[in-house]
Ligand binder design. Structure first.
Ligand code: ATP
Length: 248
């Protein structure tokens, strides 16, 4: 049996187990109920993509790893869905790239921030930023603008999985290198990203961590070549084509 007592023989056992992780996140005060709706939207795109990592997404994941390794101050932004779905993946990726972890919430409450930070620590995170809220991102309303001065404002590369469109656009306007994980290639977040990763967060984060571990000793020139070879427009087009036609 898997999470939530879903028999492994069930044809959709993986998807149901992931849903159960989100339900448990809601029960623990980590995930907002709105996060369930966002997940449903993601599932629909994943279904059309064939519930797999398409080739262009795999290239985006390698490019994301190269960016994080080359960064001076990489930051991984975590929300309630990310914390519930891939806490160990985030901790592994932070370790592999020497990145800071910052909690950023659309529906921000002190209780949820604390619950997420605690959950990440239980999965091995040492330091979790986002609780001080001693800086603001320009161009966003008060609650959405809150960040830690030591986190996103000081970062040169940010990974923002499942970010809402407004914040993704605000971050892009700040000139950060922005890596977005979003199953919808047409979303404003994916469109604003330097590296749009059109893949399920559950597959994408461990994949980026794996690339980072593999590339850890690589010379900067090789990382730069990987970054230069990635074409964001082509990747977005390829994902859209697969969704519309099933090809690719
Ligand atoms: P836009 O960026 O167009 O403004 P939005 O901010 O309104 O979109 P939401 O309704 O918050 O988007 O939806 C969340 C986004 O996250 C959707 O685009 C959805 O495809 C994506 N998403 C949800 N779950 C996952 C997941 N598990 N992995 C990757 N992406 C996901």
């Amino acid at each position: 049996m898997t999470d939530g007592d879903v028999p492994e023989s069930h044809p959709r056992s993986e998807s149901l187990a992931v849903r159960h992780r989100l339900e448990a996140g809601v029960e623990r005060g980590i995930t907002h109920t709105q996060g369930l709706l966002a997940h449903g939207r993601g599932e629909a795109f994943d279904y059309l993509l064939g519930e797999r990592t398409i080739e262009s997404a795999a290239r985006a994941e390698r490019s994301a790893a190269a960016h994080l390794l080359l960064a001076d101050r990489p930051v991984l932004s975590v929300n309630g869905n990310v914390a519930a779905l891939v806490p160990e993946g985030i901790v592994e990726l932070a370790a592999a790239t020497d990145a800071a972890i910052e909690v950023n919430l659309f529906n921000r409450t002190d209780e949820r921030l604390a619950a997420i930070a605690e959950h990440l620590r239980e999965h091995g995170a040492h330091e979790v930023l986002g609780l001080d809220a001693d800086a603001r991102l320009p161009g966003l309303d008060h609650e959405r603008a809150k960040v830690d001065a030591a986190g996103i404002p000081a970062a040169d590369v940010v990974l923002v999985p499942l970010e809402d469109g407004d914040r993704a656009e605000a971050l892009a306007a700040l000139g950060k290198v922005e890596i977005v994980v979003d199953l919808n290639p047409l979303s404003r977040s994916a469109q604003a990203a330097d590296v749009p990763v059109v893949d399920d967060i559950v597959r994408a984060i461990p994949a980026v961590a794996e690339h980072a571990r593999e590339l850890a000793g690589a010379p900067n020139g090789e990382l730069e070549r990987i970054i230069a070879a990635f074409d964001r427009e082509r990747a977005l087009e390829a994902a859209e084509r697969t969704i519309r036609t099933g090809d690719g």
